[in-house]
Ligand binder design. Structure first.
Ligand SMILES: [Zn+2]
Length: 411
């Protein structure tokens, strides 16, 4: 087995630690931000550029790759990393989040007033739902062509083994903050039952697929905003062993209220086994990354850095702003004068403004390179600060400048 996690340094006054995740495709120095290439590509950016900007690994999505081109195609190609010409480690999200979020209508829900909800079935009108959950799995309609599919824990494991990422996640039921407490309990019991089935199928596939590099499986901790549910999930999944197989690490997922992020993550990480890596799913805003690191998370992923880049929004030490704004028309300074990325060392805000206004394809490429570098580097700096013993100072310095200016220029 060629998967391991070594802790080099652990803080005495917080849950933060520095370590190395070793995978068959190479090591990941943690804490680390893992950029997202949902469909086996970080949109508009070459893998070489991702490597150059310091990305140590990439995360793709099993749901999307299962629908297109099909996980069997990736298997035949020699796995995700080889298929997309990425020389390093890869992760795949199980598809549970996408199946349910696309199916339940997450975006519609978030735009509504939570106070008006009384029952779980108001989350999306029945006719609008693309996904239906039962104890065995999820039946869903493809958002691409309307065809019907079914994911069970076993299918998710088969799909993820075919895709061949170094780190996979167990199939879980992802709830929202709008689900009722009884529904959260039901979903958590289901996620636990599915975790056992994932471990069993993972073990079977690992043994059957002789000669393939070992793929690590992370369990996913749910429980929404409830302390007792989060702690129970961490206790149950942290110690779970089925037929001699336990989880290689853990993902913290589900509904995470931003204001309570640190509290929720610390409930979980105080319980999870110390010697296994912990991934905070879908979190990537600068201020949230500090909270995640100091509360014991080792890796992070988020699609936001690249998604907002394509709309001309960039992270900088002056806060977040939009390059398409006319005030940048004659600004011949870099996007961020402190950034060492390819974009900032070769282009000006005026050029970026021009290519965004002209809807030139290069605008997405250059802005994505900058945003991904900004976030990858920020977490790299946190790792160095932990090793140097000045994390608190580094955090205060960054947030003092970033938050102060963000407040003035947020879009
Ligand atoms: Zn830059």
């Amino acid at each position: 087995m060629s998967f391991s996690f070594d802790i080099k340094h652990a803080e005495s006054n917080s849950l933060a630690r520095v370590g190395t995740i070793n995978t068959p495709h190479g090591p990941i120095q943690t804490p680390a931000f893992i950029p997202v290439g949902t469909k086996a590509t970080v949109k508009s950016v070459l893998p070489e550029s991702m490597k150059d900007l310091g990305s140590q690994a990439l995360l793709s999505n099993a749901y999307h790759l299962y629908l297109q081109p099909g996980s069997d195609v990736l298997d035949e190609a020699g796995g995700l990393a080889k298929f997309m010409n990425w020389p390093g480690p890869t992760f795949t999200d199980s598809g549970g989040f996408q199946v349910l979020s696309l199916g339940v209508g997450f975006k519609k829900v978030l735009a509504m007033d939570a106070q008006t909800f009384r029952r779980d079935d108001v989350i999306a009108g029945n006719k609008d739902r693309l996904a239906h959950v039962d104890d065995e799995g999820v039946t869903f309609k493809s958002h691409l062509d309307g065809s019907m599919h079914r994911f069970t824990p076993e299918v998710s494991m088969q799909v993820q083994h075919q895709i061949g990422a170094d780190i996979m996640f167990a199939f879980d039921e992802c709830t929202t903050l709008h689900n009722t407490r009884p529904y959260q309990e039901l979903a958590m019991d289901r996620t636990y039952a599915w975790a056992i089935r994932c471990l069993d199928e993972h073990k079977r596939l690992t043994e059957a697929r002789v000669g393939k590099p070992y793929q690590a499986l992370f369990g996913v901790i749910q429980g929404a905003q409830y302390e007792d549910l989060r702690k129970k999930a961490a206790t149950d999944l942290g110690s779970l062993e089925s037929n001699g197989q336990s989880f290689d690490g853990f993902g913290i997922g589900g509904a995470l209220d931003k204001g309570q992020l640190g509290t929720i993550v610390s409930w979980v990480n105080e319980i999870l086994p110390e010697d296994k890596p912990r991934h905070l799913l879908g979190i990537g805003a600068p201020e949230d990354l500090f909270v995640g690191v100091e509360n014991g998370c080792d890796t992070f992923d988020c699609v936001l850095a690249s998604r907002i880049a394509r709309t001309s929004a960039v992270y900088t030490m002056e806060g977040r702003f939009n390059l398409s704004n006319s005030r940048f028309k004659r600004d011949f300074t870099p996007i961020d004068s402190e950034c060492d990325c390819y974009t900032c060392t070769h282009y000006t805000r005026a050029y970026m403004h021009h290519v965004f206004r002209g809807k030139e394809i290069i605008s997405a490429t250059l802005a994505t390179i900058h945003n991904e570098r900004f976030i990858v580097r920020l977490v790299d700096q946190m790792r160095q600060a932990l090793l140097d013993g000045n994390f608190a100072e580094m955090k205060a310095d960054f947030l003092g400048r970033y938050a102060h200016r963000s407040g003035q220029s947020r879009d």
